[in-house]
Design a protein around this ligand. Structure first.
Ligand code: 13P
Length: 279
């Protein structure tokens, strides 16, 4: 069932666990994630970056693919199809019109007044179609979609300001980064807790790859209800494929080669689900 993220995130916030957002890159990613989450009977958010959207052909292709998989694989868990780091109102509108059930508008590169204005424009449009909206304040650093950014932590004031837009969830940059960490992650739990006390909406932790379990648990206790994972699945898949090619260099069937990373991916998805849901 394709749904927006409202109910699943509010339940996670209330009961103190986190819904994973696993980013997808292709058919195999979507299929593996859906199969594993169905097997575990857990809701899931499929994240699609602008780069992945372009790679897969565009929003109509992605919506058709995900809807098709839900039907063909008899997926009965709640599935949310979410745009990750939408850079403009136009991009958010495009995916909403195609059938995405949730969007992130990331106007965090602009001053807060402009971020608020763009975010509000997206919220006003999205809510007409029952599509949920996440936004970002401060700026999450690291590398995603081959773009590298410098971190800039969120302030409580900016979080209060952006909440005036009517957003459904908020990703405050508090020290996590996209991609691999250089050294240990250094999350600002104090500010996280203050934001949690000041705002009723679920908080989102980007850059979930490489954050140790103790920090994940603490973040959840400070109001984090959604955690994004991209790089970790990519690495798990890559390691499996490298091993497969080493062992079967003569194999040229793409289904077998790509499938060489499947077992590793399924294991990584299961591990993250257990950690985030506290199973
Ligand atoms: P990682 O690639 O670090 O897991 O981050 C994913 C993410 O935050 C997507 O928005």
């Amino acid at each position: 069932m394709l749904v927006n993220s409202r109910e699943m995130l509010m339940d996670a916030k209330m009961k103190k666990y986190a819904i994973p957002q696993f980013n997808i890159n292709n058919l195999e990613w979507a299929k593996n994630i859906l199969e594993k989450c169905q097997e575990m009977n857990l809701p899931v958010i499929l994240g699609v970056s602008e780069g992945a959207l372009k790679y897969m052909g565009g929003p109509n292709t992605v919506v058709s693919m995900v809807k098709g998989l839900i039907k063909d694989l008899n997926i009965t868990i709640p599935v949310c199809l979410h745009l990750d780091h939408g850079q403009s109102f136009e991009m958010c509108k495009k995916v909403i019109d195609a059938g995405f059930t949730s969007v992130m508008i990331d106007a965090s590169k602009y001053p807060i007044e402009q971020n608020l204005e763009i975010t509000k424009q997206v919220v006003d449009y999205a809510h007409q179609f029952n599509v949920t909206v996440e936004s970002e304040v401060g700026h999450i650093g690291g590398t995603e979609d081959n773009i590298t950014a410098t971190s800039n932590n969120a302030t409580l004031e900016d979080c209060l300001e952006i909440s005036k837009s009517g957003i459904d969830s908020l990703a405050p940059a508090l020290g996590s980064v996209h991609g691999l960490y250089k050294g240990d992650p250094n999350l600002d739990f104090e500010t996280m807790q203050k934001i949690n006390e000041a705002l009723p909406i679920p908080l989102v932790l980007h850059g979930g790859t490489g954050i140790p379990e103790a920090d994940i648990k603490r973040a959840i206790s400070c109001g984090i209800s959604k955690i994004n994972i991209n790089t970790e699945l990519q690495i798990a898949w890559h390691d499996g494929v490298v091993e497969f090619i080493k062992n079967s260099p003569e194999q040229y069937d793409p289904r077998k080669v790509i499938g060489g990373g499947k077992a590793n991916m399924l294991k990584a998805i299961e591990d993250k689900n257990k950690m985030f849901f506290g199973l």
